[in-house]
Write a protein that binds this ligand. Sequence first.
Ligand SMILES: CCCCCCCCCCCCC/C=C/C(=O)SCCNC(=O)CCNC(=O)[C@H](O)C(C)(C)COP(=O)(O)OP(=O)(O)OC[C@H]1O[C@@H](n2cnc3c(N)ncnc32)[C@H](O)[C@@H]1OP(=O)(O)O
Length: 242
Amino acid sequence: MASSEEDGTVEEKETNNKKRTKSALATAWLTFYNIAMTAGWMVLAMAMMRFYIQKGTHKGLYRSIARTLKFFQTVALVEVGHCAIGIVRTSVIVTGVQVCSRIFMVWFVTNSIRPIQNEESVILFLVVWTMTEITRYSYYTFNLLNHLPYFIKWARYNLFIVLYPVGVVGELLTIYAALPFVRRSGMYSTRLPNIYNVSFDYYYCLIIVMLSYIPLFPQLYFHMLRQRRRVLHGEVIVEKDD
Ligand SMILES: CCCCCCCCCCCCC/C=C/C(=O)SCCNC(=O)CCNC(=O)[C@H](O)C(C)(C)COP(=O)(O)OP(=O)(O)OC[C@H]1O[C@@H](n2cnc3c(N)ncnc32)[C@H](O)[C@@H]1OP(=O)(O)O
């Protein structure tokens, strides 16, 4: 009896030690990740400002920052992994939609369709993304270090009220501007007849993506409003599981 109780205690201690090591490792990784991402988006912000000050135009700005943008936005895919393995308390679906829509905008719209790279709408969503990400990653970093200045917390849970819709407008206008080129060039499309007997039209795919903002964006926006109430006003929010 005594020995089984002792065994239980040893097992409990081992489990607790494992949990502590796991959570220390997770915290160390997340701190490193968030610092690197804050730095990355700050580099992007500075590169955009320098370009605009030197050239006096937004034309060519996208190409000048494309590599850095593609790198840091693509790396954000690991955030879906963070949710999946449970080291951050966020929904895989919410994070997945957010990250995938950004990656789609970068790789399959802005980067692949050169004629739209100088559109003002591209600059609009780039500026908005940059402001959002600098605030978001600095919030996570300071929060993990338990030294969170109130203005960063305030910015994280207030700026999105304006930035989120403005970013979405920039993204939608960019896709809209891409439509005529995609229709003319037939890019990423296959027409029948072909050996696979499959037809795909990227033009209609882009229209479907634009339409999918109607049901998806409000969900992300209301999710953030709930997070805002929870963090700034201490409300207890019960969210449905994934
Ligand atoms: C394949 C094609 C698909 C196309 C589909 C198209 C449809 C798309 C429709 C939608 C379009 C959206 C487009 C996006 C546009 C823009 O981004 S515009 C710019 C403005 N954007 C924003 O302001 C949105 C910002 N986005 C987010 O904040 C996130 O992406 C989020 C997932 C929505 C955030 O949600 P969540 O993580 O739940 O909120 P938080 O409060 O930040 O975090 C919750 C808890 O998790 C902790 N945490 C999360 N990440 C980290 C981390 N990296 N490090 C450490 N901790 C983290 C966080 O601290 C919280 O913890 P607790 O306080 O303990 O709860």
